[in-house]
Design a protein around this ligand. Structure first.
Ligand SMILES: Cc1cc2nc3c(=O)[nH]c(=O)nc-3n(C[C@H](O)[C@H](O)[C@H](O)COP(=O)(O)O)c2cc1C
Length: 245
């Protein structure tokens, strides 16, 4: 009896939870009116949305973002990183230049960033070209990090396979002795530093209760794929238009 039941269970697909009905009804919190935007500079608009996310108590890491990169053959990969600064030149984050993402960026210096601030029903998509930040900027940021983070970064050849976790722990202890906290500063590893994503497209998405979500695309350069009569001229060299949801 038990065996037959178990057999049925294993042969059916009921082991996997049915998630097809999972959905949240977004109550419309804000609207994104293309006729009445607070600013037509997407970096300024991003800054306003970022501040909204920052002051939202239920968003613990407003600067957590996904970065998607691809190798020279076009194979994509994505992971989370932390945004560490942004201004009119673009968006900054720090990582190991020899990591998987670092190698992909070396051979294909393009990336897409994604923010999703769930309690606000907001998504921002950014696409652009990528360049390294200067060694001086990376030095300054590295020096500002907590000592334990500096040691952690210096202990790890990010993304390389290792035999066991002790390899990392041993390296960490070794460096901890070389650079005791409060006595000797940890030098920035040469293969660790910042990247700048220089955006050429930024899309703002505001979820709506009727699923006709609002989307506004900003682009530096609009080609023939967009009907010119849809396109508005924004500030600081950007154009913008609506996208269907
Ligand atoms: C919330 C969050 C923030 C992260 N921030 C960073 C970061 O700023 N820099 C970084 O190199 N890795 C960060 N990581 C780890 C990366 O997701 C990833 O594991 C690591 O960078 C190696 O990625 P790669 O093998 O694709 O190069 C973060 C992970 C999470 C979950």
């Amino acid at each position: 009896m038990y065996r037959r039941a178990l057999g049925r269970l294993l042969s059916s697909h009921t082991v996997m939870a049915d998630i097809s009905a999972l959905r949240v009804n977004y109550e419309t919190k804000d609207t994104l009116n293309i006729e009445n935007l607070p600013t037509t500079d997407p970096l300024q608009l991003f800054s306003q949305w970022f501040e909204d996310a920052r002051s939202c108590n239920s968003i613990l890491e407003p600067n957590a973002m996904t970065i998607a990169t691809a190798d020279k053959n076009g194979y994509p990969s994505a992971r989370m990183v932390l945004l560490k600064g942004f201004d009119s030149t673009g968006f900054q984050f720090y990582t190991n230049y020899s990591s998987y993402k670092g190698s992909q960026l070396a051979e294909n210096p393009r990336a897409a960033l994604l923010f999703y601030w769930e309690p606000l029903h907001r998504q921002v998509r950014i696409e652009g070209t990528v360049e390294r930040l200067s060694a001086t900027t990376s030095d300054e940021y590295f020096a500002s990090r907590p000592h334990a983070s500096q040691l952690g970064t210096a202990s790890s050849q990010q993304s390389t396979p290792i035999r066991c976790r002790e390899v990392l722990m041993e390296k960490y202890s070794e460096l901890e002795q070389l650079y005791p906290s409060g006595q000797k500063s940890v030098p920035r590893p040469v293969n660790w530093g910042g990247f700048l994503i220089v955006p050429h497209a930024i899309e703002f998405w505001q979820g709506q209760s009727n699923r006709l979500h609002q989307r506004i695309q900003f682009k530096k350069d609009v080609q023939d794929e967009v009907d010119k009569s849809f396109v508005k001229t924004g500030s600081t060299g950007w154009f913008y238009y609506l996208l269907s949801s």
